[in-house]
Design a protein around this ligand. Structure first.
Ligand code: 5AD
Length: 345
């Protein structure tokens, strides 16, 4: 086990058998978490970077089987934020110490190339010392280019699963695995700090699929990787499916830290949702980012990707003081910093 972790931490390629053993976790997982924490400290010290998450639209044209804001969920309440509302979120976030704003939303045609470019320009003008991250789904390369020209620094687009076969079981036919991967490649080529990511324990996920995720990460070398447990949403086709486990999620976070020592890894909201100490456990397993919610309180419950999604207390930007205390109690500290990736360093 230790030998395997050494091999991984030294950047050696593992065989499929070795990966499967590490993913399956029939060993003392605390050894894995401790090793991931060590590597994280070597590259990032005990810093925890914060990102203000602004959920700008809950409209989505897609119909992903797992997601609560899928277009065929007629019960989902929909909203869009105006440019003024988005800037007001940034204002309060800046005062709280956020230096990265993440504008996330469903795939909503209302947010045209020009509209988003205009918003990015306005945010960057007002906060030139802040990074702007976009997370608005799959678009044409020319659109990504326009947003990059407008000043966007980073883009998050989880690949969801790197197994094409698995991808097709959790998405409708119109959504093509190849297109999603192409988007990620375009984003990285354009110059964005690019984040991919996957759910752990989503329906039909096998060890092979998680192995494919690791192989994809090795090849793609993302700047950021969002990893969270699947959590069923009551108005989706996967309402009866089991939720992803805490330990399997922590295992994948820790393996990702060892595989990509300089990457940014959030202790995700979903991880904080399935366990009261999920986020702290994530940090101790190699994560170094948290993304509290900066959306206006009135709309937060409407951005319902899965059941019980945490958006108050320590998940809320107003709860930053209490989040800071919890992060410190876990042995780390929240910093006021853009928190750029150290990929390749
Ligand atoms: N459980 C966990 N994560 C989910 N997401 C969407 N639906 C769910 C769910 N039911 C994640 C997807 C998406 C991100 C914004 O939220 O990975 O990329």
């Amino acid at each position: 086990m230790r030998g395997l972790l050494d091999k991984l931490a030294e950047g050696c390629e593992l065989t499929e058998q070795e990966w499967k053993f590490l993913i399956a976790g029939s060993y003392d997982r605390n050894l894995l978490y401790a090793r991931a924490d060590e590597v994280r400290r070597k590259h990032y010290g005990t810093n925890v970077y914060i990102r203000g998450l602004i959920e700008i639209t809950s409209y989505c044209r897609n119909d992903c089987f797992y997601c609560g804001i899928r277009c065929s969920n007629t019960k989902a309440r929909r909203y869009r934020l105006s440019e003024e509302e988005i800037l007001a979120c940034c204002d309060s976030g800046y005062q709280l110490g956020f230096r990265t704003f993440v504008l996330q939303g469903g795939e909503d045609a209302f947010f045209t190339t020009e509209r988003v470019a205009q918003i990015v320009t306005a945010v960057k003008e007002k906060y030139p010392d802040c990074a702007v991250t976009l997370s608005l789904g799959e678009r044409e390369r020319a659109v990504y280019e326009a947003w990059y020209q407008a000043g966007a620094d980073r883009y998050l687009l989880r690949h969801e699963t790197a197994s094409k076969e698995h991808y097709e079981k959790i998405h409708p036919q119109e959504l093509r695995y190849e297109h999603r991967i192409q988007c990620l490649q375009d984003l990285k080529q354009i110059g964005y700090q690019t984040g991919c990511g996957f759910m752990v324990g989503s329906p039909y996920q096998s060890t092979e699929a998680l192995l494919a995720d690791m192989q994809f990460l090795r090849k793609f070398q993302p700047h950021m990787v969002g990893i969270g447990p699947f959590i069923p949403h009551h108005d989706t086709p996967f309402r009866e499916c089991a939720q992803g486990s805490l330990t399997q999620t922590l295992t994948m976070v820790a393996l990702t830290r060892l595989l990509l020592p300089g990457t940014l890894l959030p202790a995700t909201t979903a991880l904080g949702t399935i366990h009261p100490e999920g986020r702290e456990l994530g940090l101790k397993a190699g994560a170094n980012v948290v993304m509290p919610n900066l959306s206006p309180a009135a709309v937060r419950s409407q951005y319902s990707l899965y059941d019980r999604k945490a958006c108050t207390g320590d998940e809320a930007a107003e709860g930053l003081e209490s989040l800071k205390r919890r992060v410190e109690a876990a042995g780390y500290q929240v910093v006021t910093d853009r928190g750029d990736s150290r990929l390749g360093q």
